[in-house]
Design a protein around this ligand. Sequence first.
Ligand code: SF4
Ligand code: SF4
Ligand code: SF4
Length: 580
Amino acid sequence: MEQVNIKINGMPFSVPAGSTILEAARYAGIEIPTLCYLKEINEIGACRICVVEVKGARSLVAACVYPVNEGMEVITNSKRVMESRRHTLELILSTHHRKCLSCVRSGKCELQKLCKDMGVEDETYYKGANNEYEIDDSAVHMYRDNNKCVLCRRCVAACNKWQDVGVINTLERGQSTHIGCAFEEDLGNVACVSCGQCIVVCPTGALAEKDQTQEVWDALADPTKHVVVQTAPSIRVTLGEAFDMPVGTEVTGKMVAALRRLGFDAVFDTDLGADLTIMEEANEFVERVKNGGALPMITSCSPGWINYCEHYYPEMIPHLSTCKSPQQMTGAIIKTWYAKKKGIDPKDIVVVSIMPCTAKKSEVGRPNQSAAGVPDVDIALTTRELARMIERAGLNFAILPDEEFDDPMAESTGASVIFGATGGVMEAALRTAAEWVTGTELKEVEFTDVRGTEGVKTATYDLNGLKVNVAVASGLTNAKKVLEAVKSGEADYQFIEIMACPGGCVNGGGQPIQPASVRNFVDLKGKRAAALYQADADKPVRKSHENPSIKKLYDEFLEKPGSHIAHETLHTSYTAKSRY
Ligand code: SF4
Ligand code: SF4
Ligand code: SF4
């Protein structure tokens, strides 16, 4: 890699040519503070927090966008630089509702940390008339409090560039500038897909999921309710981050122990629902291939993707698998099979799910998701909400022992664990579909072509003479590329996996908050996914159809994949919706 020689704070460094000053400083072990900068999608140099001095330049420059060149001399910590950053922060604070004591983001807030690092007081220096904004809590999954917004525009970039949704933008100008939907419409009235990517990139408490933890505390305190919890595949490799563990730490056993100590009557693994999804989805795929159903078939596990399809690509609805998501399948099985086994009226069961995803909050209210005549799932919490419950209960997460999930839904496979990473559902389905189509045992279960964090992956597999072209897309902008290729006839896929969030559920909108200083320089998606693939490799059973709990479930209740009872319990339908 070509290098250039520069000086930072008087010290000589050789750094990659083409770097920005921000990146070059990082190579040199110096972290320049940022606020609006988000690598690749929001490199706008607008907030002026990252300003530095460059010898020869008249004004301070924004380190996040200013490239280095040979011989450049940079000063990152002069009095002028520090004062400029402090004044900028004081101006931001002058319009900010400073409610750190009760703010959901306190302790993880980038603005709070900057003020602390720069020695900026809570009492603002700049005073004057301010805009007061009403909190927009119209959406089912999140709220917006513009009184805590710093106008960094990261949310706008995530919604437009990663997700191709673009329902939020900057409105008005000057002192009145704020973020919102066109014509000041409420978020709940536009075609937002509930993905939550805007929340995870927001540096402050301006955006947050709708907190439903009190509903769970209330259910747990109700002696008439049997409260069970299920945990999604990806949670086990992200929850630890909320307790300052390294990215990619697997905490399955501690998570189960924590949930039991919170008082849940049973702790189940959504991985069983993922294995069940594969049974039904692989069967559906084979049936469509044999009987001429709509191809390509597209996965349906990601509710953000389902929302996007219904709003923006309704013509593709016939291509969606009719399978409910693993969350909903697990809930359906709890309220039917498990309820019967335990002799409990499904009305008295409260199913709580811990999900990486804010769109799951919208999914629980979807029609045609009530196998037992009551909603399959009652409350969907994000990973962050679970972390808050653990903190509130005073559990010392780091020293909890490792415990096992409860029977009869304790066993899961490596196939189900990898659902949390982009390409995981495709790989899991191929492990089962390949054996069903060829009638022979797979010697190599790893379909590595569909692994990795690229936005679009394609591969072709030969299943005993049946050529299957597959595509995997994560992030809705990437999904759009694949869908347009299918619609134009440019691509001939038979099976497509789509996840709404870039990188899949490991990078879901409900996952622990990581500041931009981590997001911009650490491969979050890759590290979290690697932990899932390791968990898969460690599992004794790695194919969904070999899961003993799944075999028992079909023997006792569901009969066989695609049966009438399986359809009634585990499948659903979709509805075209307006994109405006
Ligand atoms: S957004 Fe940050 S600075 Fe503002 S109240 Fe919340 S924690 Fe405090
Ligand atoms: S939840 Fe997703 S679609 Fe909705 S505003 Fe945020 S980024 Fe956009
Ligand atoms: S809501 Fe958050 S991400 Fe969006 S502009 Fe405001 S502070 Fe930035």
